[in-house]
Design a protein around this ligand. Structure first.
Ligand code: TYD
Ligand code: MG
Length: 473
């Protein structure tokens, strides 16, 4: 007889205890414990199969990965690729280089509610069906007619896409095994439940167990599965966080819900590079790919030229992006001045302010400083330092920075400008977008002249300010 056992599970991090606790000893959250029951199959025989004995590394035969392109190139880019077999439109073509979802892998697509996860996957399903694939969309959140309505809006017409509104995973699994689709979409992991656990759908135990079952199905049947996971606003991503180590790939869908563009970012990828991003724009007819994202981020720049705004060239994965940075500096009404950073790390901004105070004598002790990255992107590379510093300086001096100049460079504590990676790619991108000048670190040993763009090499922060700002004074 199966025995029902009860335990308390922290909904933030998944820590388990036998009795109720007010504060989680693992992650420090208060009031996060919820009682959950599991059915323990104590007397059931353990299913253990010894498939292979241990093998010597050099005796292992390597099977090349088989990938399936989603036919959405921004999505494929994030899923990663490499040399391997590719099942493309005309069924099982072999190609040397292929991007897309690896056959038999489990992918988690995480993001805030309403960001467009269901839309992206329904569009992907539509594209795959167009190229002859069979897709099963298990919807635990929306009814079949709601999905039909969305599909109409997205212009999807196909007889290969199967919609199955179901919240029970065992029933869904039966159809996955029977139908053997090329791709299964589970929308969402928080809404689906397994009968093996008695706690409610969305609890940590349910999410973990459902993910486990899906992982076995993906590997056992060699079917690719994408699961959707919602992220809560507080950032302690109850569900998806505990899943991250279980799935093969974690893709995050980010962006400002009130703006139109969305960023797809891979945060974990067993089959590819994790720093790639894909950029989309949400329109009335779904998500469209943005092939030239820099143009999108700079759209408003030339129209709104104000002091305290600069353009940096950041590098997301292998792709350079031009992004506007804005700074606002003003006398503080508070006893302690405020430092607010949006899209960049506050610690990094504090460090830049300390260097500006110490090395060029900029006195900001009675000033509030706000730094903002336009476009909802998160810039977490030090190459943005110099652009942030110059935005602050131009705001303090109330001058408009030359709108044809882009900036890259990391600032060291002694005020030196340090080298950055992918410098050629960054320069070329700036030149392609019509920038006439780029300020780069001298430490990046690169030729002086590149067709169509003037290169200004700087060694120290002061030099960057005089050469970057003084020109317009
Ligand atoms: P949805 O995919 O339902 O988000 P999620 O699954 O991540 O919760 O998308 C929700 C938002 O997208 C909703 O506010 C409406 C908007 N949307 C469009 O702007 N255009 C479209 O064509 C579609 C389908 C949705
Ligand atoms: Mg949804």
């Amino acid at each position: 007889m199966a025995k029902v056992k009860s335990k308390y599970v922290c909904q933030s991090c998944g820590y388990e205890t036998a009795g109720y606790l007010g504060k989680c000893p693992e992650c420090g959250s208060w009031g996060s414990f919820v009682e959950e029951s599991t059915v323990s199959l104590k007397n059931a025989p353990a299913e253990v199969h010894d498939t292979f004995p241990p093998m010597k590394l050099d005796e292992i035969e390597m099977n090349s990965e088989i990938r399936m392109s989603t036919n959405i190139s921004e999505f494929d880019r994030v899923l990663g690729g490499g040399r391997g077999k590719c099942i493309s439109a005309a069924n099982s073509t072999t190609s040397e280089l292929c991007q897309g979802i690896v056959q038999g892998s489990l992918v988690l697509l995480a993001g805030d509610p309403g960001i467009g996860k269901s839309t992206l996957l329904l569009q992907t399903a539509g594209e795959l069906c167009k190229s002859g694939k069979k897709v099963l969309y298990i919807s635990a959140e929306e009814s079949a007619s709601q999905i039909k309505l969305r599909a109409e809006r997205l212009g999807i017409k196909t007889d290969r896409l199967y919609i199955y509104p179901q919240t029970n995973l065992e029933l869904a699994k039966k159809y996955i095994e029977e139908m053997k689709p090329d791709l299964v979409i589970v929308d969402s992991i928080q809404a689906i439940y397994t009968s093996q656990i008695q706690s409610s759908a969305g609890s940590v135990s349910q999410i973990r167990e459902c993910c486990n079952i899906l992982m076995h199905t993906a590997k056992g049947q060699n079917i690719s599965i994408i699961v959707i996971g919602h992220v809560t606003k507080e950032g302690n991503i109850a569900g998806p966080k505990v899943l991250e180590h279980m799935v093969d790939t974690v893709i995050q869908f980010e962006g400002d819900k009130y703006k139109t563009y969305r960023i797809l970012r891979s945060v974990k990828n067993r089959f590819g590079n994790t720093s790639e991003v894909g950029i989309f724009e949400m329109s009335g007819r779904g998500l469209t790919e943005v092939r030239n994202p820099s143009e999108l981020f700079l759209k408003e720049y030339s129209q709104t030229q104000t002091p305290g705004s600069t353009i940096i060239v950041t590098s997301e994965g292998t792709r350079p992006l031009l992004i506007e940075i804005q700074a606002l500096v003003g006398t503080t009404p508070y006893p302690a001045p405020r430092r607010v950073a949006n899209g960049v790390d506050t610690g990094r901004v504090l460090q830049i302010l300390a260097v500006l105070e110490k090395r060029i004598g900029l006195n900001l002790s009675k000033q509030d400083v706000y730094v903002n990255v336009i476009g909802g992107m998160d810039v977490d590379e030090p190459a943005a330092d110099l652009g942030i510093a110059l935005a602050i300086v131009t705001c303090v001096r109330d001058v408009v920075f030359d709108s044809h100049t882009a900036i890259v460079g990391e600032i060291g504590l002694s005020g030196e400008i340090r080298a950055v990676n992918h410098i050629e790619k960054r320069i070329t991108e700036a030149q392609k977008l019509g920038f006439k000048r780029i300020i780069i670190p001298e430490a990046n040993e690169i030729q002086d002249k590149i067709e169509g763009i003037e290169i200004v090499k700087v060694k120290k922060i002061l030099e960057a300010i005089t050469r970057g700002v003084a020109r317009d004074n």
